[in-house]
Design a protein around this ligand. Structure first.
Ligand SMILES: N[C@@H](CCC(=O)N[C@@H](CS)C(=O)NCC(=O)O)C(=O)O
Length: 298
């Protein structure tokens, strides 16, 4: 055994001394060097961005999100939710589109006075405390509980119907209809993105069901929201609250960013009060909606 190991080692030493191995070593060192230089550059750019964000006035929120969409200011529900909230509360903010993914590997996130906070909901709750904003204060605890239940249904259940439709059932094909400036090489990366998101949906559970079942579950969510909304202007009555930002974030995607989907058909038909609701949220909090599209519509 010992003898065999010594033989193996000497064979390895011999192979290292061969020309072929030397070439491999040079190539390997070159790649490692390039990688290192790349990493230094990325860290430098990262530090530069943070320096820029630190130079904004005190209490100015930097909202990190994906680039503007063709039909909606964001093709992602959670950034749209958070931006709608900032508008609803009048908290001053600026958007950053250079670093959309936050420390938790998701979008959106914010920088506030040098602190980095991830997750749309955690951001909203922090901002509500800091800026003394409570858009639901007029509601009873029972009403607040109902609003929360609808929000969670939209974000934690219906959202997966949207994700599966956009990324798995239609294989990301609609992205070119809703997002401008998609890099040329993106189609090569698409299968990887799809695989990752498929894994997420499988982990959550919705991704284990047949497509028809997922669509049916999503339709039931839509019906519940539509029935509850009825003829009210907003989810809980005449005044829009935090949960409206979340519900709008999802519904706006189904209405404007799911071309030729069953969702688009339903919100334009059987659940048309959801379309009116989206239009109302847009008119109330996004008077500059068209200018926030890419390309701008006016
Ligand atoms: N609970 C999070 C969800 C954020 C989220 O899922 N963002 C999506 C875009 S809408 C994302 O970053 N996805 C990338 C990924 O999961 O890798 C929040 O409210 O911010």
């Amino acid at each position: 055994m010992k003898h065999a190991a010594i033989e193996c080692l000497s064979a390895f030493q011999h192979s290292l001394s061969s020309n072929h191995s030397k070439h491999l070593l040079v190539i390997g060192t070159g790649i490692a060097g390039l990688y290192l230089v790349g990493q230094v550059y990325v860290s430098y750019k990262r530090a530069q961005r943070r320096k820029k964000w630190a130079s904004v006035e005190k209490n100015m929120v930097i909202l990190h999100q994906f680039e503007r969409g063709k039909n909606t200011p964001s093709i992602s529900p959670f950034p749209l939710k958070l931006e709608t909230y900032l508008r609803m509360t009048g908290i001053p903010y600026e958007s950053d589109f250079e670093e959309p993914m936050g420390p938790k590997g998701k979008s959106p996130w914010i920088t506030l006075n040098g602190d980095e906070v991830s997750d749309s909901q955690l951001c909203m709750e922090l901002l509500a405390r800091k800026f003394h904003k409570d858009c639901s204060a007029h509601l009873s605890t029972e009403e607040q509980a109902i609003a929360r239940a609808f929000q969670i249904m939209a974000e934690e259940h219906l959202y997966w119907g949207l994700l599966l439709w956009r990324w798995i059932y239609t294989k990301g094909r609609t992205l070119w209809q809703i997002q401008p400036n998609i890099p040329k090489g993106f189609s090569l990366m698409l299968p990887l993105a799809i695989k990752k998101l498929k894994g997420h949906a499988y982990g959550q559970g919705m991704g284990r069901h047949a497509e028809a079942d997922v669509i049916e579950m999503s339709v039931k969510d839509l019906r519940a929201i539509s029935n509850f909304l009825g003829t009210k202007p907003f989810l809980m009555g005449d005044k829009a609250i935090e949960a409206d930002c979340a519900v709008f974030g999802i519904l706006s995607q189904l209405l404007w960013n799911c071309p030729d989907s069953p969702f688009e058909q339903l919100v334009n038909g059987e659940f048309s009060n959801l379309k009116s609701y989206c239009e109302r949220m847009k008119e109330t909090f996004w008077p500059d909606w068209d200018r926030c599209l890419n390309p701008p519509r006016i």
